[in-house]
Design a protein around this ligand. Structure first.
Ligand code: FES
Ligand SMILES: [Fe+2]
Length: 460
């Protein structure tokens, strides 16, 4: 492997864009961090190049030579599992004249042929051959510089594949730190402690990517922004059988749910404690969807009390686990944010399936449970997310007002005894606080000030 250092961070260092302390203050941030294309360009180097970024899930490339295409910031990638099982994140960029090499979403291939002039690359990144090679003075396949660029550090945590260009970033487990615990719990409630990631439901919004991350643990907006979803979910419910996120009504801060900042930009909204006091498991708060009841009734009549455990496997886990800068685990779904421009973001949802690892469920029950898990997308991912992306687009519009400069993240700020730092350094506060925003944007500022040791690698 050869490493090549990027010159881009040095350019930023020589001509700092802004005084970041001026733009990111204790309880407010300046509109420019959402509206200035130059800040966006710098983020693609310092944030998406400087920290670990979620790339894909191992279950999307289970077999040798499987691949999917993805992104690291704006860098197009091919995430492959080569013949020996090694997972790589190849730059989806031909080394000849720079076109994207692979234009499929996914597939299985040992090699990729460039659509432009036909250069052919192995899925290890090595140039395998070029058409009419005697037109070149030397043998291109023997020169490392023509092998595809690769993300130099690619690691998985329990199936989630991350990559970073920063040679000085901590190890992935150290970087994830305390957020590993809720990820473990999210996985361990499933058979074998794992999920299979399903096809994508792709949304795009005309707004900055941070607007989505700002919102990822925001418990303040729920009852206002998602009123129609909550009312739909509860159209047949009485007080005792209320479903979905209805617990946000009245006084959400007096409930046992909480928001916890986990370090390195990650945070966790835990709504599970709200349910401990009420009868029934997770399935009891799953909203109704036409046709779902049929499967539920069938399982209950066949399996009696055991059906409730099965149905809980289909229920949406009431957590928001947010891994900075681009991954959220919500309910039984995964959401990935992909920046496109300072005012455009792809927000991609994936459903997850479970496996019958020890044969205790059987084929038919497994199919039913996985069908129900997919149907839970008809709740928040389809009928709630549209409210959120509308907010993001409307914020971006509002921030066009140049003279009104500040955005406040001050809920819960400077109130004694409202927020607590725990022994492990994590910080806990009420569910509606903007604590996690103030903390993650501090991590964002740290990255924007830093000089990441950015490199790519090529096979030799
Ligand atoms: S750009 Fe790929 S072969 Fe020319
Ligand atoms: Fe929301």
């Amino acid at each position: 492997m050869t490493l090549e250092r990027s010159k881009a961070p040095a350019r930023l260092q020589n001509a700092p864009l802004y005084d970041w302390d001026e733009l990111v203050q204790e309880d407010r941030v300046h509109r420019l961090i959402y509206t200035d294309p130059a800040v966006f360009d710098a983020e693609m180097v310092n944030v998406f190049g400087g920290t670990w970024v979620y790339l894909a899930h191992e279950s999307q490339i289970p077999n040798p030579n499987d691949f999917i295409t993805g992104k690291l910031g704006l860098r197009p990638l091919i995430i492959t599992r080569d013949e020996n099982g090694q997972i790589r994140a190849l730059y989806n960029r031909c080394t000849h004249r720079g076109t994207t090499l692979c234009r499929w979403d996914k597939g299985n291939s040992r090699s990729f042929q460039c659509p432009y002039h036909g250069w052919n690359f192995l899925n290890t990144g090595k140039l395998r051959g070029v058409p009419w090679p005697d037109g070149y003075a030397s043998k291109l396949v023997q020169e490392d510089k023509f092998n595809l660029a690769q993300v130099p550090r690619v690691e998985s945590y329990r199936g989630f594949i991350f990559g970073t260009l920063n040679m000085e970033a901590p190890s992935l487990p150290d970087h994830l730190g305390p957020i590993k615990k809720p990820i473990d719990e999210w996985l361990d409630r499933n058979p074998g402690g794992k999920v299979i990631v399903c096809e994508a439901n792709r949304l795009k919004f005309k707004g900055n990517w941070k607007l989505a991350y700002d919102n990822s643990g925001d418990g303040y907006h729920v009852i206002f922004s998602h009123r129609s979803l909550i009312q739909t979910e509860n159209r047949f419910a009485d007080e005792a059988t209320k479903k979905g996120m209805s617990y946000y009504q009245n006084s959400p801060d007096t409930l046992p749910m909480y928001c916890q900042y986990m370090g390195n930009g990650h945070h966790f909204k835990d709504k599970r404690p709200n349910l401990e006091a009420r009868p029934g498991g997770l399935w009891a708060i799953e909203s109704l969807h036409p046709g779902m009841e049929h499967v539920q009734d069938k399982l209950r009549s066949r399996y009696g009390a055991r059906a409730e455990t099965m149905l809980d496997l289909a229920g949406s886990e009431p957590v928001n686990i947010n891994v900075f800068p681009n991954l959220s685990l919500l309910g039984n779904h995964i959401q990935v944010f992909q920046p496109v421009a300072f005012d455009e973001t792809d927000a991609i949802w994936y459903g997850t399936k479970i496996e019958d690892v020890d044969g205790t469920l059987g084929e038919e029950v497994l199919t039913d449970i996985n069908a129900l898990r997919m149907r839970t997308q008809e709740g928040f991912p389809n009928f709630g997310e549209v409210d959120d992306v509308t907010n993001f687009e409307q914020i971006q519009r509002g921030l066009a007002a140049a003279e009104d400069e500040w955005i406040y993240m001050n809920r819960g700020y400077a109130i004694p005894d409202r927020i607590h730092t725990l022994e492990d350094g994590t910080i806990k506060g009420p569910a509606t606080d903007e604590l996690f925003m103030r903390e993650y944007i501090r991590e964002w500022k740290r990255l924007m000030k830093a000089e990441p040791d950015i490199a790519i690698r090529r096979e030799v």
